[in-house]
Design a protein around this ligand. Structure first.
Ligand code: SF4
Length: 498
């Protein structure tokens, strides 16, 4: 998961790109970069770490241009080092590109480019796509490229580049510094666009448009290329026929609650998940004194659940937002690290039966330590409610969600079941997970309940194994190996969902 912003208009855009990126900082904290196109040159600045700490007036001054793109990086393929930071640049004919997603055919693209004697400088899956697109453009003509050229080049590029992605690029088309945005045919990864005072802004989430006081115009349609010009004109072309199947996990965990994605409010979805979860919990006839969210994502659902159950809602944890990365540590040290990040308010727990609400169960390791922390406060009982079913399959579309071996709930993991799990299956899994995590009861929202919060179809492959974009065993193994290499090389597991 990464975030990007692209802007084109009549004024220099670097400062606004940086503002937009700050609104998307939750999508990646390892590196940030901005590149612009200006009178035939393509200045780029890329830095490790956070946007606000690494970009200032000096960088903005060195990034003139009315069209540009920026990126915040969360590595899911390639390392977390500056070498893999985006945007990437290709000299001929001069293209900058950045993306959010995973190209599952990255190995094929690397081999294809090796046959073309094109040498890659990084392990990031954006670079081969940019190289192939640039080569395709140069095959059409050497300069003076048009939108039609870009369309043909993209169609040829996506014969090699399959995956879940949204991408932005900037280049000169029809003699104008232009911005382009493309979304995969299934629209798995998000991308929106909007306008402000004659400028056009493209971003991974609408919160970047809000930060820039821009009006949201809509999503980049799945499978489409959109080209934006400095005069505010817009062209839309289909590259592949598409069917919208956005990632359901964006709504459960990743996206900011104040974002609008695929026409749905993330906050509104989380409230609805809380109401549905309350109904599941009610059927069990359990009792609790208070509802407490595990910060931060589950706060809206915990609030709605408390309202539905008529129980008091309390903050039980204070999150320290300044702890930075969680480095790999010995077990005892990790426990302390959690305490540093999440400190309980003892008075909200002591002698009470608490209903904790969290967003998801992936590995379960952080949740297990959180529950121990709660037990240490002298609670009478700990009940756990989760606003999604347990993750039982890894994601190969950009979310670093462990391997099968690391997942807390291995049920149904060998293959997608023909039949959906029964009530009894859910009950067995809940009891098993409750014992594993050390809670008195565990209730999760089953997939049918989760899906019913949406009016559109979503990718839910990490819950049911139905990957909407087919992926070969070879590609799966390659991605898992690359992720493990990335974790080992960078020495931390900040990006792994725990
Ligand atoms: S597998 Fe899960 S995390 Fe990955 S894109 Fe699909 S819903 Fe999102």
């Amino acid at each position: 998961m990464c975030g990007f912003v692209g802007i084109v208009g009549r004024q220099d855009c670097a400062a606004d790109i940086l503002l937009g990126l700050q609104a998307l900082q939750h999508r990646g904290q390892d590196a940030a970069g901005v590149g612009t196109v200006h009178k035939g040159s393509f200045p780029i600045k890329r830095r490790s770490g956070l946007v606000a700490q690494n970009f200032g007036p000096e960088e903005i001054e060195q990034l003139p241009g009315v069209a540009g793109i920026g990126h915040v990086r969360y590595p899911t393929l390639g390392s977390g080092t500056l070498r893999d930071a985006q945007p990437f640049f290709f000299r001929q004919p001069g293209v900058l590109m950045a993306h959010n997603g995973n190209f599952i055919s990255v190995r094929h693209m690397q081999e294809y480019l090796a046959d073309e004697s094109v040498h890659l400088m990084s392990r990031c899956d954006m670079e081969p796509v940019l190289c192939i697109f640039s080569l395709e453009l140069m095959r059409i003509r050497r300069k003076n490229h048009t939108v039609d050229d870009a369309l043909i080049a993209l169609r040829n590029t996506f014969r090699h580049a399959q995956g879940a992605y949204s991408l932005v690029g900037t280049l000169v088309l029809d003699g104008e510094e232009s911005l382009m945005a493309v979304r995969d045919p299934l629209g798995i990864r998000p991308a929106v666009w909007g306008r402000r005072n004659g400028s056009i802004i493209v971003a991974s989430e609408s919160v970047a448009l809000d930060a820039l006081n821009a009006k949201l115009e809509g999503d980049i349609p799945p499978g489409d290329l959109m080209v934006f010009r400095p005069d505010g004109s817009v062209e839309q072309h289909n590259i592949h026929p598409g069917k919208s199947t956005p990632c359901i996990f964006e709504y459960i965990y990743f996206a900011r609650p104040d974002s609008i994605m695929n026409g749905a409010s993330v906050y509104g979805v989380r409230l609805e998940l809380g109401r549905k979860l309350a109904r599941s919990w009610k059927t069990k006839g359990l009792q609790a004194d208070v509802v407490i969210p595990v910060p931060d994502t589950s706060r809206p659902s915990a609030n709605a659940l408390a309202e539905e159950l008529g129980l008091p809602f309390r903050e039980g944890f204070i999150k320290n937002r300044y702890t930075g990365r969680t480095f790999i540590m010995q077990t005892a040290e990790r426990t302390d690290a959690l305490r540093l990040k999440l400190n309980p308010i003892r008075s909200e727990f002591t002698s009470r039966s608490v209903l904790l609400v969290d967003d998801s169960i992936v590995r379960g390791s952080t949740l297990q330590r959180t529950i121990q922390l709660v037990r240490d406060q002298g609670v009478r009982a700990v009940h756990l409610a989760i606003h999604s079913p347990p993750v039982v399959h890894p994601c190969y579309y950009d979310i670093d969600m462990s391997t099968y071996e690391e997942l807390a709930a291995p049920a149904f993991r060998s293959s997608p079941r023909e039949e959906p799990p029964t009530q009894k299956d859910h009950q067995e899994i809940e009891e098993r997970l409750a014992a594993q995590l050390g809670v008195d009861s565990l209730t999760y929202l089953p997939l049918s309940g989760l899906k019913s919060a949406f009016t559109h179809t979503c990718c839910a492959a990490c819950f049911d194994g139905n990957y909407p974009l087919p992926i070969s065993d070879e590609a799966r193994k390659w991605i898992e190996t690359d992720r493990n290499t990335c974790r080992t090389a960078t020495g931390y597991q900040q990006n792994l969902i725990l």
